[in-house]
Write a protein that binds this ligand. Structure first.
Ligand code: 6PG
Length: 250
């Protein structure tokens, strides 16, 4: 684990969404104050969806929408209006309900059937946005992540090729158990962020959370373990059910 990892144990899922929403507002406000903009990467999944819904309902006036730039840490190979699209989920739960300028939204162009080409195009979009020199990685202000019951995060699944990527920002990752490719940020991008938050809710996540935070299984088997921002903050928001296999707090 990164020396800077912090685990925030909340009681209910609702407490978790509330705490995560407050952190998003805090990071956004600080980023705009320090650098004049807030860059965020969203994730898919049901836990982030609840966070987006809460932000849309309660925090609409607390975020600096005009200075906020929105990307996705992973995406499925489906059109943007497909029910499985992470972009569509974020649009329905949040983006369509807040005054975020359309030009500040950078979806993964997943309608192209060639997954490698999609990944390359998104990689290029990010390089241009951050004006990166060759070999450099972007420093997102905030990357929101979920974790699957198998320990995957973004679309970095256990024992998949993307875990080895050292230079590209975005890759197409073949996931044998899903028999599909997913587009995903690579570990160097996650680990270059200024702040990474995991949102983990539910008892089905308890065994993986234990392995990731306290177990000695290799990171290859639990990719969330490989997320250790080298110069950034790492915060785990976990509810009581997800934390049920963690050591009790002293
Ligand atoms: C996706 C993801 C994925 C997700 C986790 C947790 O596109 O599915 O980005 O990494 O965040 O699987 O999802 P839940 O919150 O639904 O359990």
């Amino acid at each position: 684990m990164s020396a800077t990892a912090e685990v925030r144990r909340l009681t209910t899922p609702q407490d978790l969404f509330q705490a995560a929403a407050e952190e998003v507002i805090r990071v956004a406000t600080e980023s705009v104050k320090q650098r004049g903009r807030f860059t965020i990467a969203l994730s898919g999944g049901s836990t982030p969806k609840n966070l987006y819904t809460l932000i849309a309902a309660n925090a609409g006036s607390s975020l600096p929408w005009a200075q906020m730039f929105c990307f996705w840490g992973d995406e499925r190979m489906v059109p943007l209006d497909d029910p499985d699209s992470n972009y569509r989920m974020a649009k329905e739960a949040l983006l369509s309900k807040v005054p975020l300028p359309a030009g500040n939204i950078y979806p993964v162009p997943a309608e192209n059937q060639d997954a490698a080409a999609v990944a390359e195009a998104y990689d290029e979009t990010i390089r241009k946005f951050f004006a990166l020199e060759a070999g450099a990685f972007p420093r997102f202000d905030l990357i929101l992540l979920g974790m699957g019951p198998d320990g995957h995060t973004a679309s970095l699944f256990p024992e998949t090729a993307a875990l080895q990527e050292k230079s590209r920002l975005v890759v197409a990752n073949w996931v044998e158990k899903l028999k599909t490719s997913r587009i995903t940020f690579t570990l160097p991008v996650l680990n270059a962020a200024r702040c990474v938050t995991f949102l983990v809710s539910g008892v089905d996540k308890a065994p993986a959370l234990h392995q990731v935070l306290e177990g000695d299984a290799p990171g290859e088997k639990y990719p969330s373990k490989l997320v250790r921002p080298s110069r950034g903050k790492l915060i785990w928001f976990v509810d009581r059910a997800a934390a049920s296999q963690l050591k009790p707090l002293a």
